[in-house]
Write a protein that binds this ligand. Sequence first.
Ligand SMILES: C[S@@+](CC[C@H](N)C(=O)[O-])C[C@H]1O[C@@H](n2cnc3c(N)ncnc32)[C@H](O)[C@@H]1O
Length: 296
Amino acid sequence: MVTPELKNKTSEKYYYEDGRRFNSSVRYILPSDKEENARLLEQHLCFKNLLDGNYLAPVKQQLEKGIPVLDSACGYGASWTVEMAKDYPNSQFFGVDISDGFPAKGRAPINTSFSIGNVAKEIPSPDNTFVFAYQRLVFAALTGEDWDNNLREMYRVIKPGGFVQLLEHNLTPYSEGPLFTEACKLMEQGFESENFIFYISTELKDRLENAGFINCVTKITEYPVNHGTNGDSNWRALRGAFKGASPLLTKFFTGGDGEGKYDRFLDAVGNEVTEYRSYVKFYTIYAQKPFIDQQK
Ligand SMILES: C[S@@+](CC[C@H](N)C(=O)[O-])C[C@H]1O[C@@H](n2cnc3c(N)ncnc32)[C@H](O)[C@@H]1O
């Protein structure tokens, strides 16, 4: 719902559309506000449940002993950073995001620190800093060239022998009905219009290897939508992304622009995915920086 006082109100860093706050310093199709923060927290728990943990890379012993860890594009509320910092109090966690509003000092674990930064340009850390670098769900913000820069930067800031782990959705619908197909197509059109790579999940292994990483391991996981264990939560997180991206996606929506039509479409998608037991998949991939730096 567009509130007149919010529509198009701008600050140096943010602009407002459909009553939601968006970051104006990068092109990113989802909002950066409290509502999105709540969605990211729920989404964090969805992925954690589906993966049965917060990471796959073989770094448990090092985390327990104490290592520097990066969470690239950690998110406004930095759910993964905060939780990992609590689980591994001997390790130091550094979160970077283009949006501020990070957990306040005193509320975040003492082994966390945060900085604003554009991870498509430069990660604000010296070479060979981290033993583990994590990055989840930035595909709605990066072009092909951004990915090249980003993975080059991840490589630069990871210590030789250290690990990177990426997680990205693949919004190809399975067991799909016509409405869910249409919704995923809308997202694909939105991505294409911004030169973002909709199927980046399938390119991550090649891109990591091109950046110099070795020993890539990929796990593909089904993400059930509105059915099965936690399916309602998975759908709320996904619906929230379709809703948050509505300023862009409604440009491609052919179901009419009347008040509430897009919302009713999303509600209908939510019913259909339950009936069809639809799902999408997400890719988790980890890789290692060689002990002898092989990057040209
Ligand atoms: C879908 S959220 C994921 C947040 C977090 N990684 C998680 O999984 O909960 C994507 C995040 O990327 C951030 N972002 C987008 N473009 C960015 C950029 N160029 N540099 C740094 N952060 C960026 C957004 O502000 C947002 O917090």
